[in-house]
Structures are given as C-alpha cells and as structure tokens.
Design a protein around this ligand. Sequence first.
Ligand code: SF4
Ligand code: SF4
Length: 299
Amino acid sequence: MNNKHSQVIPVFYIQAAACSGCATSTICSYYPSLENIVLQDVIPGVKLDILFHPNLMTASGELAMEVIEEASEKNDYVLIIDGAIPTKDNGMYCVTGEKNGKKYTVLEEVLHLAPNAMATIALGTCAAFGGIAAALPNPSGSFSVDDIFLSNKIKTPLINIPGCPPHPDWLFGTIGEILTKGLENVEVDDFKRPKTYFGKLIHENCPNRAYFDEGKFAKHFGDEGCLYELGCKGPITYADCPLRKRNGNVNWVIGSGAPCSGCTQPEFPDFLGDFYERIIDVENPVKDKNQNKDRKVGK
Ligand code: SF4
Ligand code: SF4
C-alpha cells in the first residue's frame, strides 16, 4: 500500500568491490517484492526512498553523482554498502563515478556518507568481513566496512548482513526490524549479525542432521547421507538457510546436494579450508562412541 502521508526514509546503496551478486540477490526479493520496496510502503506508514542504487536508478554519469554530493542536505538516511572497500593507492581500484573529470572512489564516498547516516548496513560477506574481495593476497588492500569505520573513527551504528550472496529477507527483514523496534533493539551477535537470522548454526536445523548423528556420510556427490565428509561447513556456520531456503522457499544449497561453504562466517573464504575439504573434526556421537570402544584402558 502507498500512503501519501508515509514517513520517507532516504536510502543510499553504494557498491564497492563486489560481484553484483548481493545487489542481484536482494532486488530479486520475493516478499516484499521489488515493487513493494521501490514504490510502496515497506512497512505500514514507512516508505523507502532509494536515492542511489547502481542497479536500480535511471540516472547515470554526473547526474547520478550529484545525488551523492547532495546527500549532506538529507537527514536520517540509511546507508547500505555492498562489497569490501579498496584502500590501496587511495582507493583507486573501486570508483563510484566521475564528476567534472574527477574520479570519486568508493572509499571517498563511504567517508562522505557514513558519518551522517542514521545507520549503516554492510550487505554481503565482502562488506561485512572483507570476504572474497579482501581474500589473500588482497592486492587492492580491501577492508570490511567495520575496519574502515574503526580506522576512521566513524561511530555510525553498523549492522552486518553477511552471505555470498545474502538472502533478501535478511536485508529487508532487518530494515523492517529497525523501523518497527528501533535500531537499538535489534539484537546482534559478536560479529554484528542480527540474531533473528544468524542466531543458529546451519547444522542445528539441517534435514541431514539425523544422518550425521548416525554417522552416515556421503562419500560422493549424489550419495545419501550427511555432506560433512564432502566439506560441509554447516557445523560452524550461523544462518537460517535450512528454514528460509531460497527463491521463495523452494530449495537451498544442501537441499540440492552441495555442501554449505560457510559463506556467512567472518573466516570465509581464507580460513575455512577449500570448498570440498572436510573441516577439522566436529564432535560426532557415533564416531566418538566407536573411538571410545576401540580405546584400551590407560591409552
Ligand atoms: S554437516 Fe552439513 S549436511 Fe551434515 S548435518 Fe551438518 S549441516 Fe547438514
Ligand atoms: S547454506 Fe551455507 S553457503 Fe549457502 S547461503 Fe547458507 S551459509 Fe551460505
């Protein structure tokens, strides 16, 4: 519904070093739909006014850059940053656009927009934790939004919504939570992830959990069983993917036979091992019981 008396919240969506996957995933939101998001109230009585979004806006070139320049005249806007922020060589490896022949880097835009924002959302694992864009050897010197805020003493409240890519519900649900409960009442974990979506391990809700507990592990793709031996990172990854699934609750990665790669974790991708490499031993009731059975007294 669109109410002409709705409160309007300006939103700036800045794309940093990323693959556009986060933008693509979130604008394919099932509910609220893109139409709800762009044209209607996102929650009753509150409308988002997406002023800058590289994939949605019709303006381009200098006209688009003017929107960011005029942001200082706005109050209480939400800043969404997707992608890690390159800092090497003054941030020249990621440029938002040009005006009067001058290139404006994402680093500059973030430093310009973040201090006056009501809240910042770091969308996707690259923005939240550095992710693939900051993976070793990190030739562009990219950092997460949190790191940039810390090194520049920016105090704007920050919420991390990781994922490679993030589920659209994680973004729009969190925006809804901010607007209904107030930013200070959105519960987050130690990595600033909303507990509503990142409060439980994948492994806790996985439909393959009974196989894991029984010690029935798939040895090859397509085998029946838990995907732990094939590299599943579900036992150490926090997200609600098994319950929420993707594409309007149709299916998700483990449901289609592939292991979870742990994409919502701060250790992703450098410190989780290869995609199909088994993570270090996770406690398994059957295996541990068998190990104990073989153990000799005193050994
Ligand atoms: S290891 Fe992976 S596939 Fe197996 S139960 Fe846990 S989350 Fe599911
Ligand atoms: S199942 Fe794992 S890899 Fe897939 S989106 Fe969820 S956390 Fe990321």
